[in-house]
Design a protein around this ligand. Structure first.
Ligand code: NAI
Length: 335
């Protein structure tokens, strides 16, 4: 494989977990070339803007980026750099796997292995039409859902099921109350599902889904849903399998894809070598899948599992006394 990827080292614990992740990727001799680009606080300090044009150009050229978490300072341009990146590159599919891992603090020792596929570009989360009345008593927000947006995300979920040998897609909605927006999403999902008779499809209302996830998470395989529901559900799923330190996410569009950890910059532990690199490493595994290197992605995941099983050099959030780089080295040694 010869592939150049844009690497954004990010803020807070970002540089530490990125160094650890690149150490592991380098140990796999993948033939990846890195083009480093700035975003977030670092970019603001160096270039005077949060998301420099050179970074956007790099992502556009390479089409693949591996990104550490970023700080969006309050009152500086965008509401979120991540939301801005999703908008700029039309990264419509937010794909968040949640899988039980050994020796992690979780209410569910095993049995969770699901993927949330969240629509990333529409709905209430985008914040369209936000307004507060002059007297500060009334706030409004527009929630836009389109057939095109619904169709492409549901199709993505079914294609993902086929590609990965998964058997079931659960369409999560609130069409009983949000009859226009969730209603259009559900109607469109039913039409797409009819084209995939080989994949089981069921429908579930979002509040029930939250309860079911806590009571019987093993019933889920792939969940597909709209933006705000997906945001909340995917963090719930991260909580089922031991927290944000193990939760990766991919933002995928037709022309570009950005792979990341779900967690933030963790300012409380930044610079201390305490950060768990697994979420970003698992994001890198998603990137390898996306590049068609599925066998290498599996080797990387297996090395993470083996290191967790051996309790070798685990970071403090997992109950260990290791540090970010010693954990990464332990993982690299098992590939
Ligand atoms: P956070 O995810 O940074 O931290 C929440 C808690 O989890 C903290 O106690 C932290 O120490 C811990 N934690 C997070 N990642 C960890 C890791 N890899 N290993 C060990 N412990 C870890 O969330 P918070 O504090 O709400 O946000 C901090 C900053 O991050 C904010 O500026 C926010 O805007 C930004 N953020 C950026 C994201 C991104 O770029 N994708 C996503 C979420 C937040």
């Amino acid at each position: 494989m010869t592939q150049t990827i844009t690497v954004i080292r990010g803020d807070g614990i970002g540089p530490e977990i990125m160094d650890a992740t690149l150490h592991v990727l380098d140990s796999m001799n993948l033939g990846l070339q890195y083009e480093f680009a700035d975003a977030g606080l670092v970019a603001l300090e160096k270039h005077g803007e949060l998301l420099p044009q050179a970074t956007l150009d790099s992502i556009r050229k390479n089409r693949i980026a591996l990104k550490s978490p970023l700080t969006t300072p309050v009152g500086e341009g965008f509401s979120s750099i991540n939301v801005e990146l999703r908008k700029r590159f039309d990264l419509y599919a937010n794909v968040r796997p949640a899988k039980s891992f050994p020796n992690t603090k979780s209410r569910f020792a095993d049995g969770v292995d699901l993927i949330t596929v969240r629509e990333n570009t529409e709905g209430a989360y985008i914040g369209e039409g936000q307004a507060l009345s002059e007297d500060g008593e009334t706030a409004v927000l527009t929630q836009k859902v389109t057939r095109r947006g619904s169709e492409r995300i549901v199709r993505y979920a079914f294609e993902l099921a086929r590609r990965t040998g998964r058997k079931k897609v659960t369409v999560v909605h609130k069409a009983n109350i949000l009859k226009s927006t969730s209603g259009l999403f559900l109607k469109t999902a039913r039409a797409v599902a009819a084209e995939y008779p080989d994949i089981e499809c069921n429908e579930m209302i979002v509040d029930n889904t939250c309860m079911q996830l806590v009571m019987r998470p093993e019933q889920f395989d792939i969940i597909v849903t709209t933006n705000l529901f997906g945001d909340i559900i995917s963090d719930l799923c991260a909580g089922l399998v031991g927290g944000l330190g193990l939760a990766p996410g991919a933002n995928i569009g037709a022309d570009a894809a950005i792979f990341e950890a779900v967690h933030g910059t963790a300012p409380d532990i930044a610079g201390q070598g305490k950060a768990n690199p697994c979420a970003l490493l698992l994001g890198a595994a998603q990137m390898l899948d996306h590049l068609g290197e599925c066998e290498k992605a599996e080797r990387l995941r297996a090395a993470i599992v083996a290191t967790l099983e051996a309790k070798d050099s685990l970071t403090p959030d997992l109950g260990g006394t290791g540090n970010t780089m010693s954990f990464a080295k332990a993982i690299a040694s098992r590939i």
